[in-house]
Design a protein around this ligand. Structure first.
Ligand SMILES: [Mg+2]
Length: 353
C-alpha cells in the first residue's frame, strides 16, 4: 500500500540506479563502532574484535510473502528488518548491521521506495542496527526485498538448535497466534473492500492482531534478559513458521522428544475472541499460524527458579527421550503426535490410523 497522497510521482528512471541508491540511503549514517566503513565504497568493513559473527539472510517476494493491497510499504520495510533480526536473536546474539537489496518494477515511483526505506530506517534506529550496503535493480513485475543481517555474540553465549536435553523445560516468549489472525482479519477486509470500495472498516477491536501482522517486533530484549537472569538456553529458535514446526526443529536437531501442553500455550485474549468469531481453534492457530517472531528455547531444570514468574516467559512443556516421540498433551489430557500442521488435522489422522 502506497500511502503518499501528494501528486508528485517521480519515475525511477529520473534518478538512475546510482542516484536512486544515494537518494534512498542518504539517512543511513553508521551508529556502531563495529561499522568501520558503511555505504560508499566497493564493500563495507566491519570490526567485531573478539566476537563471533552471525550472518543470516531472507528474501521477501511480492505476492508470495506480502500483499501490497493491505501492507503499507513503510511497514513492509520495518517487517523485513524484523524477520532478519529475529534470526540473529535466535542465536542469542545482538543484531548489528544489515544490507538491503531490492528489485523493483517501474510501476513504483521513487516516493513509494522512500516509504519502504523509511520503515527500514525506523527499524534500524529502534534496534540500533547500521545499514551498510545493498543493491537495487529492476524487476519485470513485482517487488523483491533481500536483507542480510549480521550480528555478534561471544562464543560462549551462542545458542544452537541442537543442545536440548531430555527433561529440559521448553519456554516461549510473548504470546502466539496474533500475527496469523491479524492476517485473516486483513484478508477478510480486502474481500469486503473488493465487493464494496466505499465500506469503512472498523478494525479497532483487532488493533493488536493487525499490529502483530503488519509491524512485528523481534525479541531483541530476550538475549540480554536471559543474561541478566543468568540463564543460558540449551537450544533456541525463533517462531516464524508456527510453534509446532519450530518445536519439531528443536527436537530433531537436539535428538529429543517433547511433551507440549496445550493449556500452557500463551494466547492473548484478542486471539481467543477472534478465533471464536472465525470459528477456528486457537490452539491450531498458535501451533500452525506463524510470523509471531517470538523466541522458543529450552533451559535446564535447575534454571527453573530463575525464570519462574517472569511475565515475558512461559514454560509450555519439557523435552523427553527421542524414542518417546513428540507430543501435544491436550486440555482433555490426551496425547497427540505433534506434527507441523496443527492438532485438528492430527486428530483426523489418528482416526484414520
Ligand atoms: Mg529462524
Amino acid at each position: 500500500m502506497f500511502e503518499n497522497s501528494q501528486e508528485t510521482k517521480t519515475n525511477l528512471s529520473e534518478l538512475g540506479e546510482f542516484g536512486l541508491i544515494d537518494h534512498l540511503t542518504k539517512n543511513f549514517a553508521p551508529k556502531l563502532t563495529s561499522t568501520k566503513k558503511a555505504i560508499g565504497d566497493d564493500a563495507a568493513i566491519l570490526d567485531f574484535e573478539d566476537n563471533q559473527c552471525i550472518v543470516t539472510t531472507d528474501l521477501l517476494v511480492e505476492g508470495v510473502h506480502f500483499d501490497l493491497a493491505y501492507m503499507p510499504l513503510k511497514h513492509l520495510g520495518y517487517k523485513a528488518v524484523m524477520v532478519n533480526a529475529s534470526d540473529v536473536y535466535a542465536m542469542n546474539g545482538k543484531a548489528t548491521q544489515i544490507t538491503v537489496s531490492i528489485a523493483v518494477s517501474n510501476r513504483f515511483p521513487v516516493e513509494a521506495l522512500e516509504e519502504l526505506y523509511s520503515g527500514i530506517e525506523l527499524a534500524a534506529n529502534i534496534y540500533n542496527i547500521d545499514v551498510i550496503g545493498g543493491d537495487t535493480t529492476s524487476s519485470t513485475s513485482g517487488l523483491v526485498i533481500s536483507i542480510t543481517a549480521l550480528g555478534i555474540a561471544k562464543s560462549e553465549d551462542v545458542v544452537y538448535r541442537s543442545g536440548a536435553k531430555p527433561n529440559d523445560f521448553l519456554v516461549v516468549s510473548g504470546d502466539l497466534g496474533a500475527a496469523y489472525m491479524g492476517l485473516q482479519v486483513l484478508e477478510r477486509e480486502k474481500q469486503v473492500f473488493k465487493a464494496n470500495p466505499n465500506a469503512q472498516p472498523d478494525l479497532d477491536q483487532y488493533t493488536y492482531l493487525i499490529e502483530r501482522q503488519l509491524k512485528p517486533e523481534a525479541r531483541k530484549d530476550i538475549p540480554p534478559l536471559l543474561k541478566e537472569l543468568d540463564v543460558k538456553p540449551t537450544s533456541m529458535i525463533d517462531i516464524s513458521d508456527g510453534l509446532s514446526s519450530e518445536v519439531i526443529h528443536l527436537c530433531k536437531n537436539s535428538k529429543t522428544g517433547v511433551n507440549l501442553f496445550e493449556e500452557k500455550i500463551p494466547l492473548d485474549p484478542a486471539v481467543i475472541s477472534v478465533c471464536e468469531e472465525f470459528k477456528i481453534d486457537s490452539t491450531t492457530i498458535a501451533l500452525s499460524g506463524g510470523e509471531d517472531y517470538e523466541l522458543l528455547f529450552t533451559i535446564s531444570q535447575e534454571d527453573y527458579d530463575k525464570i519462574k514468574g517472569n511475565p515475558n516467559l512461559t514454560i509450555i512443556g519439557h523435552m523427553t527421550e527421542e524414542n518417546e516421540g513428540m507430543h501435544l498433551i491436550t486440555r482433555a489430557n490426551t496425547k497427540i503426535p505433534l506434527i507441523a500442521r496443527g492438532w485438528n488435522s492430527m486428530e483426523k489422522e489418528e482416526e484414520e490410523d
